[in-house]
Design a protein around this ligand. Structure first.
Ligand SMILES: Cc1cc2nc3c(=O)[nH]c(=O)nc-3n(C[C@H](O)[C@H](O)[C@H](O)COP(=O)(O)OP(=O)(O)OC[C@H]3O[C@@H](n4cnc5c(N)ncnc54)[C@H](O)[C@@H]3O)c2cc1C
Length: 284
């Protein structure tokens, strides 16, 4: 079968799905792209883009507080207006989503966008449940699953009953908490920990082993030293064993290398898990 006759179903609309859809269309295929959430997926909406904007703002705040040029440019304690920072961040996200995703999809006649949740009903059929509950069948020759990943919630007793944050809610928050506990010690957790610290939170990171445990130990050690200099507390070999939320505060108990540790903090789980595409009966 030539590409001209192929109908390709693409599930998701993040970076991977967009690449698959655009390349398929460029090669002559007809494409149906299905998205159940916000067009653009994680990176532009709740991932790379908003986090890098927040981190850049935090860096500017940090440089106003202390920089190598303080002898010639007086350091000042910056005033942080988080609602205005958030509005600026969201405006840029909306602009980039339109430029890199929505606009490109609208302008490509070979790609049809369906809004809803896709699930396989057989090897060549998807059922798409729209936001209004209506169901629609999509027959295809090839399917690309670009369903991405979502935050993992660690199985800490008590956590589900608290208003904890994930990276998504943290990036969308109008406030900078006075005190923040970050559970997790890999990239997303660590970069957000530093951003919140530089914007005014007193931050403690709980690392199950150490920072960046999958990298060379020198990487985690160097970052831990830099974090200590910035006032970020890193508790290595420490896991949350119990969390509760009372009087608008989190009470977190940890059991780890340093014994039991209890503090009042806001919790933000780190970590990501693969998002599977829901499957119905699927027989080849
Ligand atoms: C806070 C944060 C910061 C990050 N920073 C960076 C960074 O600086 N650099 C970097 O390279 N990466 C970064 N990442 C990771 C990056 O965002 C992801 O790796 C990337 O977005 C994954 O793209 P994807 O296309 O695989 O999936 P996603 O972008 O997650 O898209 C999957 C899409 O599939 C949709 N979907 C899922 N199931 C279905 C279904 N059944 N039917 C229809 N639609 C469905 C979802 O709604 C979603 O829109 C960051 C992530 C986070 C959370």
């Amino acid at each position: 079968m030539s590409n001209d006759n192929l109908h390709i179903a693409v599930i998701g609309s993040g970076g991977s799905a967009m690449a698959a859809a655009l390349k398929s269309a460029e090669r002559g295929a007809r494409v149906t792209l299905i998205e159940r959430g916000t067009l653009g997926g994680t990176c532009v909406n709740v991932g790379c883009v908003p986090s890098k904007i927040m981190i850049r703002a935090a860096h500017v705040a940090h440089m106003r507080r202390a920089s190598p040029f303080d002898e010639g440019i007086a350091a000042v304690e910056p005033y942080i207006d988080r609602p205005r920072l958030l509005a600026q961040q969201q405006a840029r996200v909306d602009e980039l989503r339109h430029a890199k995703y929505e606009g490109i999809l609208e302008d490509n006649p070979a790609i049809t966008v369906l809004r809803g949740e896709a699930r396989f009903t057989d090897a060549n059929t998807l059922t798409v449940t729209g936001t209004d509950g209506t169901e629609r069948e999509v027959r295809f020759d090839r399917a690309f699953i670009g369903t991405g990943a979502g935050p993992t919630i660690p199985p800490v007793p008590g956590l589900p009953d608290t208003p904890y944050w994930t990276s998504t809610t943290a990036l969308d928050s109008n406030t900078i908490p006075d005190r923040l506990v970050v559970i997790g010690a890999s990239v997303v957790a660590v970069e957000l920990a530093q951003a919140f610290s530089r914007l005014g939170s007193e931050v403690t990171i709980l690392a199950r082993s150490r920072l960046f445990s999958r990298e060379d130990p020198a990487v985690g050690e160097a970052i831990e030293t830099a974090f200590q200099a910035e006032g970020i507390k890193v508790l290595n070999n420490t896991q949350a064993s119990q969390i509760r939320y009372t009087n608008e505060e989190f009470v977190l108990a940890t059991a780890g290398g340093r014994g039991t540790y209890t503090e009042h903090r806001q919790a933000e789980p780190g970590g990501y898990r693969r998002r599977d595409c829901p499957q119905g009966d699927f027989s080849r």
